[in-house]
Design a protein around this ligand. Structure first.
Ligand code: CTP
Length: 402
């Protein structure tokens, strides 16, 4: 039972998808979770509290101030009780109220009063989903840390076609299960200080153009997020990326390889591990020009010099109690090249990405890697997995090296 001992509040707002929620509750209780249900008045128009009381095995809460018992702090008790709150189906109205801090019924009051994670599964007419105010509320709520299981595309109850149908109960269940399983991971990195780099760097050609690479930063950000969840003290040195900063990590922004080097050099002495997941640009124009290069100047020849190899520099100054982890991105002779880098940069581990593997490397949400350590004769290859799962697995692996 994957959810044994977990406490979950399921909140229903007024939408036809309410009829699917008993299945969700059944899935959750079937894996050992204790579920308490809160329904808005509109939700009770679609399905009776009795149905949800029966499947959850707990009384259903609908009123902020129930007639029978006056419990003025009920919303606080409910807000503090669960490990997670799942709002499904969530209407545009619920999203709008939550985004504005309006708490005019039991569910929105509990949401406002809780410090627990909230997962929202919207369901609405496609036009309502596309409505600019709904889009704005969605983006804002995400920025505020609310988690979303986006609606699916298909026919909706009102006969329209488009994105708006609530994700199916089994999909919501799997998301919640994965979320809670991850959250209960042991804090194996408590007390450890991790310096992680991520993303590409940019080398300016002139004031309007730059040279960069395809790194998205996803692997480094996944590592920072996972390390935080495992209890580490994390500093992330990031090149320019379009990703949300990981919660709880200190972040240092850099642009060029030279800036990344300066930041790493300054920070590394007080860290236990350095994980270089970044893809710093290897070349920089030999001559910097303060003016835009004009196309009339033909032919255009760019002379480049190599940038500083950050890992190599850190490998030369690393102390015995510090671990150095590098990544290698190869298009051919992967193992040989990775082995050379492991040695040349004095690393404790190198993680090889072969971009010829489908789903691996830059820009993907998944990755397939091979691990090489100085002490291990044989390389270990892991199957294709999400970068988030890989981040956890990799951190556990590194923890066992020290
Ligand atoms: N790296 C670094 N400083 C650089 C370039 C790379 O610290 N200027 C780090 C990367 O973060 C990565 C490792 O070195 O962890 C290997 O990077 P990779 O691009 O695979 O190899 P390079 O050493 O740059 O060599 P090449 O590009 O010739 O394969």
């Amino acid at each position: 039972m994957t959810l044994e001992g977990k406490k979950i509040i399921v909140g229903l707002t007024g939408g036809i998808a309410c009829y699917k929620i008993p299945y969700l509750v059944r899935f959750l209780t079937g894996q050992g979770a204790e579920v308490r249900v809160i329904m808005t008045q509109a939700a009770t128009e679609f399905i009776t509290p009795l149905t949800l009381e029966t499947v959850s095995g707990n009384p259903v809460a609908t009123e902020l101030f129930p007639d029978s018992k006056f419990i003025s702090t009920r919303h606080i008790e409910l807000a503090q009780w669960p490990d997670v709150i799942v709002v499904a189906p969530a209407t545009a109205n619920f999203m709008g109220k939550t985004a504005s801090g309006i708490s005019d019924d039991l569910l929105t009051t509990v949401i406002c009063a809780t410090a627990r994670p909230v997962i929202i599964a919207p369901a609405m007419n496609p036009q309502m989903w596309l409505n600019k105010i709904t889009r704005k509320n969605y983006t804002f709520l995400k920025e505020m840390g609310y988690l979303f299981i986006d609606p699916d595309e298909g026919d909706t109850a009102c006969g329209d076609r488009g994105v708006g149908r609530m994700a199916e109960p089994d999909k919501i269940f799997k998301y919640v299960e994965a979320f809670l399983t991850k959250a209960s991971k042991k804090k194996v990195l408590t007390g450890k200080k991790l310096l992680i780099t991520a993303g590409p760097t940019r080398e300016n050609l002139d004031p309007v153009r730059y040279l960069t690479n395809r790194s998205s930063g996803k692997m480094g950000y996944a590592l920072a997020e996972a390390a935080r969840e495992l209890g580490a003290d994390v500093t992330l040195i990031s090149g320019p990326v379009a990703l949300k900063p990981p919660t709880g990590a200190r972040i240092i922004w850099v642009e060029t390889t030279g800036e990344m080097y300066q930041a790493v050099k300054k920070e590394f002495p007080r860290f236990d591990w350095l994980v270089m997941a970044a893809a710093p640009a290897d070349f920089t124009p030999s001559k910097k020009t303060g003016q835009k290069i004009k196309k009339e100047r033909q032919p255009i020849k760019l002379e480049m010099t190599t940038t500083v190899d950050i890992l190599k520099q850190m490998g030369a100054v690393k102390k015995k109690n510090q671990l150095l982890v590098g990544f290698a991105l190869e298009t051919e002779n992967g193992l040989n090249n990775a082995r050379k880098k492991l040695q040349a940069k004095n690393l404790d581990l190198i993680v090889l990405n072969d971009i010829s593997d489908e789903g691996a490397g830059f820009e993907h949400d998944t990755n397939k890697v091979t691990l090489l350590c100085p002490g291990h004769k044989k390389a270990v290859t892991w199957p294709l997995m999400t970068k988030s799962d890989l981040a956890f697995k990799l951190l556990e692996f590194i923890a066992n090296l020290s």
